[in-house]
Design a protein around this ligand. Structure first.
Ligand SMILES: NC(=O)c1ccc[n+]([C@@H]2O[C@H](COP(=O)([O-])OP(=O)(O)OC[C@H]3O[C@@H](n4cnc5c(N)ncnc54)[C@H](OP(=O)(O)O)[C@@H]3O)[C@@H](O)[C@H]2O)c1
Length: 305
């Protein structure tokens, strides 16, 4: 059943089809597209392991359908939903309330239904934090971080997380440089102590990368490119050094060019599966107020990756 994709109409009609399933659908991921999502696999494994009689389904929702679909979740008997591309900003605009981090990051990826109200959270940044700990036994608050694609949705969420963790240095990189100039100004108050260049915005070009990489511990790819052999390298291989930690948020099957180049340079590198796992585990903890069965979720995710 993890492969079935339902439609917004299935919720808007009152959710009868979904509640008639055994166990009934009570949670979902909404996106456009959404068929590729691996979330149902590990969430359903978690629900089963926790003895919760609920199913997690994929729902294809177009942008124009998002507000009405989210608002129809309580009447359809849903406990909440995850929200993926391209709806995270739209979800923030739709929920009745959102936590501080979701508001700062401009995005909601987790909605909880609470007494008929929609409460928004964003577990992407905290999920990344846990993933970095798991992959590298290191904390964002101790690392000088460079984010490639910091002007995109995931990049912004990660930048806000780094700022809230007060990491010693943050370099925001984006192809469209204006986006990160504005973000650096917005986040500057988090970096007011110490040297003036604790937060920097640079364009995504070789010269700027070369200059900044010398003072970086962790490079995070939050762009939407990198899985194809033919992709231009996001960071030229010659600039990758053994002291770097490299985290690629991309989690499609196979090894991204950045991860392959980093490993070849002797750097420690990991792909985005651990972030996917941890953001999902944090959603489970928000919905059920209890620890997620992480090992079961990880095994389920790895079985389809
Ligand atoms: N592992 C996880 O759990 C997880 C969670 C969330 C997201 N992600 C991943 O994060 C990635 C980004 O998602 P998103 O929602 O943030 O997308 P998005 O909002 O569309 O942002 C895309 C970013 O990529 C940049 N970009 C696109 N093409 C580029 C190129 N050829 N060269 C350099 N930069 C380029 C964009 O720069 P411009 O601003 O110049 O267009 C922008 O900064 C996706 O791969 C997604 O799978 C992973």
């Amino acid at each position: 059943m993890s492969g079935t994709v339902y439609s917004a109409a299935d919720i808007l009609s009152g959710g009868e089809l979904l509640t008639a399933l055994t166990p009934p659908a009570r949670l979902s991921v909404v996106g456009d597209p959404v068929a590729h999502s691996k979330s149902p696999v590990f969430h359903n494994a978690a629900l089963q392991a926790a003895g919760i009689a609920a199913r997690y389904v994929k729902i294809h929702v177009r942008p124009a359908e998002l507000p009405a679909t989210l608002r129809a979740l309580p009447a359809a008997g849903f406990l909440g939903t995850n929200v993926t591309i391209p709806h995270k900003a739209g979800a923030l605009a739709t929920v009745d309330e959102a936590d501080d981090y979701a508001r700062k990051s401009g995005a909601v990826n987790t909605v909880m239904v609470d007494a008929g109200h929609l409460v928004g959270f964003n577990t992407d940044g905290p999920g990344l934090l846990r993933a970095i700990r798991e992959e590298f036994a290191a904390d964002l608050r101790d690392l000088r971080v460079m984010i490639l694609g910091a002007g995109g949705g995931a990049g912004r969420a990660i930048a806000v997380q780094c700022a809230m963790e007060n990491c010693p240095r943050l370099v925001l990189v984006n192809r469209t440089a204006e986006k990160v100039t504005a973000l650096a100004s917005e986040l500057a108050p988090f970096f007011h102590r110490g040297p003036a260049d604790r937060i920097v915005a640079i364009p995504h070009d070789v010269q700027s990368l070369r200059k900044e990489l010398a003072r970086i511990d962790l490079v995070i790819n939050a762009t939407s490119v990198g899985m194809k052999e033919t992709d231009d390298p996001l960071v030229p291989a010659s600039l990758l050094t053994p002291n770097l930690l490299v985290y690629d948020t991309v989690y499609a099957s196979g090894t991204s060019r950045l991860v392959a180049d980093a490993a070849a340079a002797g750097a420690r590198a990991a792909n985005g599966l651990s972030m996917l796992l941890h953001q999902g585990a944090l959603s489970f903890e928000i919905w059920f107020q209890r620890p997620a069965p992480l090992d079961i979720m990880r095994a389920a995710l790895l079985s389809v990756s």
